[in-house]
Design a protein around this ligand. Sequence first.
Ligand SMILES: [Zn+2]
Length: 296
Amino acid sequence: MPELPEVETVRRGLEPAMLGERFAHVEQNRPDLRFPLPERFAERLTGRRIEALSRRAKYLIADLDDGQALVMHLGMSGRFIVEAPGTKPTEPGAYYNEIGRHLIHDHVVFHLGSGARVTYNDVRRFGFMDLVPRAGLETSKHFAGMGIEPLGNELSGELLAKLFSGKIAPLKAALLDQRLIAGLGNIYVCEALFRAGLHPEAEAGTLATPTGKPREKAHLLAQIIRDVLEEAIAAGGSTLRDFAHADGSLGYFQHRFKVYDREGDSCVTPGCGHLVKRLVQSGRSTFYCESCQKRG
Ligand SMILES: [Zn+2]
């Protein structure tokens, strides 16, 4: 499943092909993905120009010139393939998707005015697309009640303290709560807590003073969350699954994780000597170092 950095990588890969272009023709090969596609979907897109391509949490949003927004979600296995005239097809963010591409899973094809083709392929069909009035985007079912964007300038120590003040929920659970911060996934929360030296079972409220002011560790954690995400985007994303080359050696991206999926391995902190532990919180695996990550 692509996480936020993967979705952002896909966005950056699609932008050169789609921004400023018109949908010359849209092929819709089935009535539904995870949900039914909108009524007259292909017809409503045809002729429209893409004025912006943005991302909110794990959603891609194409602003169209008639006041609509095309909202797209990759689900578990959604992918876009970009084919421009005279160039080899590219698949932005392809590293997260190890399943081979079969044309039978090409569900929607955007033919753009430039002659480029952008194909949405999705084996498991947990992805979806919707058309929403741009003016009502924030209050639409997709975005209503959604927390702040972890990559944006909104995320700060002050805001973490405000969101978490008085909360006795474990820090890990609070960071994964999409109503507080949207699109921050399990891998990146594990990595950020390790780097910040904060125990995943610490109470979320300990980021704030009794009067709700940010403690130093709130500022630190906010900065680290942004760093972890930015680094993953710079590296072209990460992979959720173990990634192994044909010769059995591990893929590049996994080496970037300091604790995630490293249960029983030595902690990477020089001189620590402890082994990475795993615990299950809200049904999700948490990887951490008991010695480096403090509860207080
Ligand atoms: Zn350690």
